[in-house]
Write a protein that binds this ligand. Sequence first.
Ligand code: 1PX
Length: 211
Amino acid sequence: MAECFSLQNVLETFKSSLSDNKEVYIKYYIAGWRELVSFMNSLGTVFSFISKDAVNKIQILENFLASENGSHYLTIQSMLKFELDNELVDLTKRANHPESGCRTLLRLHRALLWLELFLERLRTSTEESKTSVMCSEAYNESLARHHAWIIRKATGVAFCALPGRDAFFEVMNAGSHEEVVNLLGEALPLISEVYQITEDLYAKNNLLELP
Ligand code: 1PX
């Protein structure tokens, strides 16, 4: 794990996650998430229930990658095919395969939409914009509908503890505000492309509501 977060690293890992034929390498996808989690950890302990869950999911995918079936977990595309062909996915309710790669990655995938919406708000924000508002608006448009009431409540509390916009730009470690905004402009289309490829793949296979 990088000892110091930088937005540039996130950009690089998501860039590396796209293969020439537009498959998504799981190794880099989760490396991107590890970077983001290290960023979130630097914001304080109120976020630890979120980062714990994210790390848990990253770890599940890393374990698959390191297992004897690891070669099937090279890309999201190959993982889907492998797990579906071998009936390793609980499709309607959690049963024999409660922690399949497919359902685990789907949770991160949904969070990626939150990230995209949040970063877009951050990119176009003004000095008066509040990070907590941008964060919860992005959350309400994405993850919220997948979360139980108690999680939504806890998440709302955590958002109130977010540092202000200036401090936020600072921790992103990417230079001046203008440079951060430029970098966000570069990162967002990439994140959005990775998101869309995954979304289409899951939709095509009818996997968007995996339990
Ligand atoms: C450059 C700035 C970017 C900021 C980086 C922030 C990284 C955020 C990483 C969030 C990863 C969240 C993964 C959540 C996965 C999830 O939805 N899990 C739930 C469902 O899983 P299950 O196994 O039960 O089906 C689980 O119930 C979740 C529990 C914890 C609460 C998750 C709240 C997610 C809020 C996302 C917003 C993070 C705000 C960070 C502020 C910077």
